[in-house]
Ligand binder design. Structure first.
Ligand code: NDP
Length: 433
């Protein structure tokens, strides 16, 4: 704790995981202690921090900080997104890398955990500025990544445009056409259904959860937060399943649309115009726009936090419970605080943590890696069907893991245990290093 005192998000993530792993640790205490397994698990394999200079449209040199934390490659090459947001620091990247290690293990696919990014903010930058940043970023990072070494992907602020620029620069420097990044454009090795995967996967696992508790997702009211990649495709799949999504948000405000979110309009505003939700509200008579945060006050059956970490607080959890919410499934990484999670679980709300419920994105990235390796492209339906099966398997694996340790219904514990067991066994088998 003292060692990482300046990294509260990392401590929060580790604390949550270790707490839920207690029964597994107690059952294997001697072995884990002797091997310092937990100490090794929470210490990244390596952390890379570098300068990213680039020239803005005024000819002025700007300097950002780049990060890549290669957390654990016991079960496969490091894999995890690159976050571009002013809030990025080493603690956030470490927390994401740690979570990613367990999440990737849960997918059942051979991928280790990593995460990276920069405090660069793509918002308000011209395409040329974004390109200049991405090229500079990769000019340093290329030394540490590779199709069998470390395969970064998108995250907040890193979408298809940024991945394209980064891929171009990697190819230019190394001369290699390889699956070194995922989330690529469809004409150069990207996978169909990757764009949709995290949001779709979230709904596949949510539907399985509901089904296993005798409920149907059809006609349920959902509150979604965020209005980025995950939020948009969660909304799309929820609507396809017959649910009604009534909210979305961004970092300045939120929309309540009792008629149900108009997805075509949302995509136009967010994906095409890259504009704010005020534009959505201006074009949609049934929508109410509010400044600040407030999505969780709206009565719903299912809450899907899809924006960012720590966006669903204890007071929100109380409001959701008071409004009769049945399930909370996380689309974002760690959107629910520890206290809020505990409150939801203690009050009978079905809760799946992001590690399990948003794993569809990275799972599909791993499918992109497979397609790149065999130099083939699968159809949308093929990828989507695999994604759905992966999400259903994750649900049953975390459910089983929780039951095995007498914590039935605690999917946070189940996800941590199931993810941990595979990584721990691989680490032990591979010896001390
Ligand atoms: P995007 O950048 O596409 O969207 C992020 C959304 O969250 C935007 O609407 C953004 O609003 C909002 N947001 C960001 N910061 C804040 C904040 N501090 N308060 C309120 N809203 C905020 O990112 P993604 O949709 O890709 O990612 C969302 C979450 O899902 C992240 O936690 C990410 O790590 C996680 N995730 C993403 C995966 C993927 O495949 N994309 C895979 C697994 C997890 P604004 O536009 O105002 O910034």
């Amino acid at each position: 704790k003292e060692k990482n005192a300046s990294e509260p998000e990392f401590l929060q993530a580790v604390e949550e995981v270790l707490e839920t792993l207690r029964p597994v640790i107690e059952a294997n205490e001697e072995k884990y202690k002797k091997e310092a397994l937990l100490e090794r698990l929470v210490e990244p394999d390596r952390q890379i921090k570098f300068r990213v200079p680039w020239i803005d449209d005024k000819g002025q040199v700007q300097v950002n900080t780049g990060y890549r934390v290669q957390f654990n490659n016991a079960i496969g090459p490091y894999k995890g997104g690159l976050r571009l947001h002013p809030s990025v620091n080493i603690g956030i990247i470490k927390f994401l890398g740690f979570e990613q290690t367990l999440k990737n293990s849960l997918t059942g696919l051979p991928i280790g955990g990593g995460k990276g990014g920069s405090d660069f903010d793509p918002k308000g930058k011209s395409d040329r500025e974004v390109m200049a940043f991405c090229q500079s970023f990769i000019t340093e990072l290329y030394k540490y990544i590779g199709a069998d070494v470390d395969v970064p992907a998108g995250d907040i602020g890193t979408g298809a445009r940024e991945i394209g620029y980064m891929y171009g620069q990697y190819k230019r420097i190394t001369g290699r056409y390889e699956g070194v990044l995922t989330g690529k454009g469809l004409t150069f090795g990207g996978s169909l259904a990757r764009t949709e995967a995290t949001g779709y996967g979230l709904l596949y696992i949510t539907r399985e959860l509901m089904k296993c508790h005798g409920m149907d997702i059809k006609d349920k009211v959902c509150c979604v937060s965020g209005s980025g990649n995950v939020a948009i495709y969660a909304t799309e799949k929820a609507q396809q399943m017959g649910a009604k999504v009534v909210t979305v948000s961004d970092s300045t405000g939120w929309v309540y649309d009792p008629e149900g979110i108009d997805l075509a309009l949302l995509k136009e505003v967010k994906e095409v115009k890259r504009a704010r939700l005020t534009e959505y509200a201006a074009a949609r008579p049934s929508a109410q726009y509010h400044e600040g945060r407030g999505v969780w006050q709206i009565k719903c059956d299912i809450a899907l936090p899809c924006a960012t970490q720590n966006e669903l607080l204890l007071e929100d959890a109380k409001q959701l419970v008071a409004n009769g919410c049945t399930a909370v499934c996380e689309g974002a990484n760690m959107p629910t605080t520890l206290e809020a999670t505990k409150y939801l679980q203690d009050n009978g709300v079905l809760f799946i943590c992001g590690k399990a419920s948003n794993a569809g994105g990275v799972a599909t990235s791993a499918l992109e890696m497979s397609q790149n390796s065999e130099r083939m492209s699968w159809t949308f339906e093929e990828v989507d069907a695999k994604l759905e099966q992966i999400m259903i398997n994750i649900y049953h694996n975390i459910d089983d893991a929780a039951k095995r340790y007498g914590m039935e219904g605690n999917y946070v514990a189940g996800a941590n245990i199931a993810g941990f067991e595979k990584v721990a066994n691989a680490m032990i088998a591979q010896g001390i290093f």
